[in-house]
Design a protein around this ligand. Structure first.
Ligand code: FES
Ligand code: FES
Length: 170
């Protein structure tokens, strides 16, 4: 057993768990935060995406004990009914989901992705490494390509992200 301290959505938790426990299982099974979803459990779908120290991470691919002292944000920490984050509200407004299983990961990923774009990080489809440019639909699609939606709600997901990007990156 390993003792690990995780700060999740601003609250410190002392976790006593087998060293092999993934961050996703720690969040869901030990801390009861079931917003982060287990889709593939091997880094293929993005449903488990959370934000660790400001960076998006597939929580199924990393062990909880590797995050001693880290600050973790899950979908529960981004907003709540009546106080949604901009992206959460935009996903609702644009109908950016069908079954909703991928949605927590999509929103956590998009939240950190917008921070990456604001910081000027280029993507594989950026015209240059220096030019920040706008977040075109092509850029949003590429930057969100780690998050699969089996319902194929992609057009509405892009609409939701674009709306927030236009407000924040303009
Ligand atoms: Fe982690 Fe699919 S459950 S990437
Ligand atoms: Fe069903 Fe994306 S809304 S998988």
């Amino acid at each position: 057993m390993q003792s690990t301290t995780l700060t999740v959505n601003g609250t410190e938790h002392r976790l006593e768990a087998d060293e092999r426990t993934t961050l996703l299982d720690a969040l869901r099974n030990h801390l009861g935060l079931t917003g982060s979803k287990k889709g593939c459990d091997h880094g293929q779908c993005g449903a488990c995406t959370v934000i660790v120290n400001g960076r998006r991470v597939n929580s199924c691919l990393t062990l909880a004990c590797m995050h001693d002292g880290d600050a973790i944000t899950t979908i529960e920490g981004l907003g709540e009914p009546g106080n949604l984050s901009k992206l959460q509200a935009a996903f609702v407004a644009h109908d950016g989901f069908q079954c909703g299983y991928c949605t927590p990961g999509q929103i956590c990923s998009a939240t950190a992705m917008l921070d990456e774009a604001k910081a000027g990080w280029p993507s594989f489809v950026s015209d240059s490494l220096e030019d920040k440019g706008d977040l075109s639909d092509k850029e949003i699609s590429e930057r969100m390509s780690g998050n699969i939606c089996r319902c194929a709600a992609y057009p509405n997901i892009i609409d939701a992200i674009r709306e927030v990007a236009e407000g924040e990156l303009a």
